[in-house]
Ligand binder design. Structure first.
Ligand SMILES: [Zn+2]
Length: 189
């Protein structure tokens, strides 16, 4: 027995009308970074269809080194896939999405964090880095972190957004920007 039984039935329904998509560029030209919270699934909130956009999810939707690594790999992959269409000036925009009522907000409380560290064995500093108390503040910090990451391709832009659990509305808090240190025009001449 597995608790997947009901979900497997849903998958059976899904597979009946499914049409496979070829490996290609994400049609929305966006990569979403979001919280793993089951109330903020980007596919549903943003109406993503298969093939639209890669989505990277973790606790809080924080820009960790693992996220930076994934974005760097995706940039390489997209550049390879778009090779046949000539070199592109831009590859995709990374949309960092944090949300209100985030469970990672508990991690802002030192005693909760201590308990979590003791129970899981995770370092307290790592848990503190996952905290999302004020999504506007953490989105800004994470957009800056990604924009200043040496691994980030100069052809990748980054934007910041806050999703409100109460209204279902996504608000852009930071417009898309390219890394200051290496704009495509400057680098390519
Ligand atoms: Zn969350």
């Amino acid at each position: 027995m597995t608790r997947m039984t009901h979900l497997l039935e849903r998958n059976e329904q899904f597979a009946r009308t499914y049409t496979p998509a070829a490996l290609g560029l994400p049609t929305a030209q966006v990569v979403v970074v979001a919280c793993l919270d089951h109330r903020v699934d980007p596919a549903i909130v943003l109406g993503l269809q298969l093939g639209d956009a890669p989505v990277i999810r973790n606790v809080g939707g924080r820009v960790t080194q693992a996220v930076i690594d994934d974005v760097a790999f995706l940039a390489f992959l997209v550049e390879q896939l778009s090779g046949a269409q000539g070199p592109a000036d831009t590859l995709f925009e990374v949309a960092v999405v944090h949300h209100t009522q985030c469970g990672a907000g508990f991690l802002a409380d030192p005693s909760f964090r201590q308990q979590a560290a003791a129970a899981t064995g995770l370092p307290e500093a790592a848990l503190e880095a996952s905290a999302v108390a004020d999504p506007r503040t953490t989105v800004k910090a994470d957009v800056e972190r990604l924009l200043s990451a040496p691994l980030l391709s100069p052809k990748v832009s980054v934007s910041g957004h806050v999703y409100d659990i109460a209204t279902g509305r996504l608000t852009t808090t930071l417009d898309a920007r390219y890394p200051q240190w290496n704009r495509p025009q400057a680098r390519r001449g």
